[in-house]
Design a protein around this ligand. Structure first.
Ligand SMILES: [Zn+2]
Length: 468
């Protein structure tokens, strides 16, 4: 194949049309630099992943949603010591579920109640103890690398300060907590290379308080959180007009990072990258590993941080500079969110379990499971990825730091047209930490990802310019 720059567009389109001409020149071969590689393809689920997904149990998810709704209200300002009704009873029940699952983990899963006192603010009239329930499944070979899955267990009605009315919160967000619990159950007995944190947070409706505290704690401890997913309102696929979309989940992922510094903004304004935040790479990873026959789902990535007028716990992690995104249902029926439970004009309002689709929640759980398992079994995202810009050239030299995973096999350079939303081409470059590609950095976007001996890939690192 002619890989000269002049012939590049021809080669690229031919490669896209005829996958058989794959087989990029390895980076180690002397002479011609590699490029343009072969078309990118999704990562197929392994047998181990399929077995994991088969274990996800819709009936357990339904039971968890109904049990959480039965606490009457889980408002953050509701009773913390009533054993039957209120957020304290829900907190203890979630803790007991995690503790039960941890028994199957051989000591790898630890469970804690993570509490602090939130001082008064607009939605917190008095100092209030906020408690996150956290199950940490320690990784076997890369325990310092962390992935977080979250749902919020607090609930609300029309008046955000009403802590006594029935607030079943079946969809918002018992559905997300049920996903987190089911994943903790199916993963507890399976060793993973990296650490996975399963968390049910509180104070979300009052201002993302529990997740903000949690993300700040990780940041203060220097934790290497390489991905976080909020599951918030994942309970139904039915819109208010009755439209159903039961095989799609939305994933909101920001472009320009919430935590962007002025120096990073200067680079982005100079050479682009507004569509290449770590959160966008995470979203592309989800599509790569979780849109398949094993999950039965499409992942509709939305290029936004969150919906209009709304926000979820991923924002707390974005504020600390961690990659994060939010899963939510494809259509919404606002009669069943944040509403007093009542019948008005013959219409039932309120966030009741009867409006949940438990099969849908189970499929959302599969998307999460495919994502977390694939992240935790693959190498981490390459660190310190740079695109070298010491001189004006018509090729591209990339450099990154080698990972420390014992099963690391090497690296792949990915690229796409600057106008394309997803990575389209892959160039396997072997176990190296620098490579020169025969494509101009001025014309396409590049990324680099790690691959292990099983062929599992990391999320893509988007290189920043470096002059030396
Ligand atoms: Zn919510």
């Amino acid at each position: 194949m002619d890989t000269s720059r002049r012939a590049f567009m021809v080669s690229a389109s031919a490669a896209a049309a005829v996958p058989l001409i794959a087989g990029a020149t390895p980076a180690s071969a002397s002479g011609t630099p590699p490029g343009p590689g072969r078309p990118s393809k999704p990562q197929r689920p392994s047998r181990a992943l399929r077995a994991l997904l088969d274990d996800i149990d819709r009936s357990r998810i339904e039971a968890a949603v109904r049990r959480l709704a039965d606490f009457g209200t889980r408002h953050t300002l509701s009773s913390q010591d009533d054993p039957v009704r209120g957020i304290g009873a829900a907190r203890d029940w979630i803790f007991d579920q995690f503790t039960g699952y941890a028994a199957a983990s051989g000591g790898r899963m630890t469970v804690e109640k993570q509490s602090y006192v939130q001082q008064p603010g607009p939605r917190i009239p008095v100092p209030t103890v906020i408690t996150n329930v956290v199950a940490t499944l320690r990784g076997t070979t890369a325990p310092e690398r962390v992935y977080v899955i979250s749902g919020h267990y607090d609930s609300r009605v029309t008046d955000v300060l009403n802590a006594t009315a029935d607030a079943p919160g079946a969809n918002d967000d018992a559905s997300g907590v049920a996903v987190v619990l089911e994943l903790a159950r199916v993963l507890a007995g399976r060793p993973t290379e990296a650490t996975i944190v399963f968390t049910a947070v509180a104070g979300e409706e009052q201002g993302l308080f529990g997740s903000a505290f949690q993300a700040q704690r990780y940041k203060a401890a220097g934790a290497d959180v390489q991905g976080m997913f909020s599951n918030d309102i994942v309970g139904s696929s039915t819109a208010d007009d009755g439209t159903r979309d039961p095989r799609t989940v939305r994933l909101f992922a920001e472009g320009v990072p919430t935590s962007e510094t002025p120096a990073q903004a200067t680079v982005r304004q100079s050479v682009g990258g507004e569509n290449d935040s770590p959160s966008r790479q995470l979203a592309r990873f989800v599509q790569d590993v979780a849109e398949n026959d094993a999950t039965g789902m499409d992942v509709r990535v939305i290029y936004r941080r969150d919906r209009y007028l709304r926000g979820s716990d991923h924002i707390s992690y974005l504020q600390q500079g961690y990659p994060a995104a939010r899963f939510t249902e494809p259509n919404e029926d606002f009669r069943h969110q944040h509403q007093d439970v009542r019948v008005e004009g013959g219409v039932q309002y309120g966030d009741l379990p009867e409006f949940c689709d438990f099969g849908f929640i189970a499929r959302v759980a599969k998307v999460n499971a495919a994502t977390l398992w694939s992240l935790a079994q693959a190498p981490g995202t390459p660190k310190n990825a740079n695109i070298l810009t010491a001189a004006l050239t018509n090729d591209t030299t990339l450099r990154w730091q080698r990972g420390t995973e014992p099963d690391l096999a090497g690296y792949e350079v990915v690229w796409r047209e600057t106008t394309a939303p997803e990575w389209t081409h892959v160039i396997p470059v072997g176990d190296v930490t620098t490579v020169t590609i025969d494509l101009s950095k001025d014309n396409v976007f590049f990324g680099v990802r790690a691959v292990d001996r099983d062929g599992l890939r990391s999320p893509v690192a988007f290189p920043t310019p470096a002059s030396s």
